[in-house]
Ligand binder design. Structure first.
Ligand code: SAM
Length: 279
């Protein structure tokens, strides 16, 4: 879909683009093809797209012949998509708030890949929602604000390392990313963007049953970044159990959350939440 085609649809329908819905459409063919290539589709993959907009990415995803489920909030854009893709039986288009829909429709996403230029206002919560799912997608190829991608890639002991890094990192490995220039979008956004590839870990760091408790531990420990994590977790765990778990995981009594690597969060969760015999 070229920029002039995009403008034509917008003009013909008299569409007023909504900034709060992150309606910056990607018209650069090279970047769109890079995104699809990053998804490295295998035969039985199913595709979830969130925020298809006018459908520049949807078009390429449908061309793979795989089932595509697209969740778009804006009814006017859904009308355009229905018209553009009337001849595409592999498209299932749902007009909905994607975050709420994911929360209300718990599903097994294990044979799916999310490929999306995400609405930036809900990008992080959508990633967390999928990462906390007991059966997360095989892969996520998401275009996001550059600053969010930096948080996903962050190493411990940096200011970008935080709850998002750890919750997503417990389930996924970040295997690549590339920046996308502002002028690849119409209209050009106020922030820089990047596309990141997250591949579900072959060996999950936590069994699904412990993921919710792991998330609670991580959120509590990061709730006040400057405080020692032991002091924060002491409000929820008995002192003796906490002391033993920290020692077993090699976490210093004085450590702050941002110093703890992702696998150690998994170990700490197992020690705190697992049966006492494991300690
Ligand atoms: N994929 C298109 C592209 O690359 O040109 C559009 C991407 S645009 C950044 C984000 C899209 O997400 C918009 O179409 C917007 O209407 C839609 N959107 C915003 N919030 C949403 C939500 N909560 N649920 C579903 N779609 C949403």
């Amino acid at each position: 879909m070229t920029l002039s085609e995009m403008r034509r649809w917008i003009d013909q329908r008299g569409l007023q683009l909504t900034k709060s819905l992150g309606q910056n459409f990607l018209h650069d063919g090279n970047q769109l093809r890079r995104i699809v290539a990053a998804a490295a589709f295998q035969d039985d993959d199913r595709i979830l797209e969130i925020g298809p907009g006018l459908g520049p990415l949807t078009e390429l995803l449908l061309a793979t012949g795989r089932p595509v489920r697209a969740l778009e909030l804006d009814a006017r854009l859904c009308e355009v998509l229905r018209e553009r893709f009337a001849q595409s039986p592999n498209l299932e288009l749902i007009q909905t708030d994607a975050l709420r829909w994911l929360q209300q429709n718990p599903a097994d996403w294990s044979s799916w890949k999310l490929v999306a230029n995400l609405p930036y206002s809900v990008g992080s919560p959508i990633l967390v929602e999928l990462a906390l799912n007991p059966t997360p997608p095989r892969a996520i190829v998401a275009t996001l604000q550059l600053e969010v991608v930096q948080r996903l890639l962050a190493a411990p002991d940096t200011s970008a390392y935080g709850v998002l890094t750890v919750l997503v990192g417990l389930q996924f490995d970040a295997t690549g990313h590339f920046k996308i220039a502002r002028d690849c979008f119409f209209p050009a956004p106020d922030v820089d963007s990047a596309c990141v590839t997250l591949v579900r870990r072959a060996q999950p760091l936590l069994p699904p049953a412990l993921v919710p408790i792991g998330a609670q531990i991580v959120k509590t420990a990061f709730s006040q970044r400057r405080k020692m994590l032991r002091k924060l977790l002491r409000t929820q765990w008995p002192e003796d159990r906490l002391t033993a778990a920290l020692a077993a995981c090699g976490i210093a009594e004085t450590a702050r959350a941002e110093t703890v690597p992702i696998p150690t969060w998994a170990a700490l969760t197992r020690h705190l939440a697992g049966p006492p015999a494991q300690i």
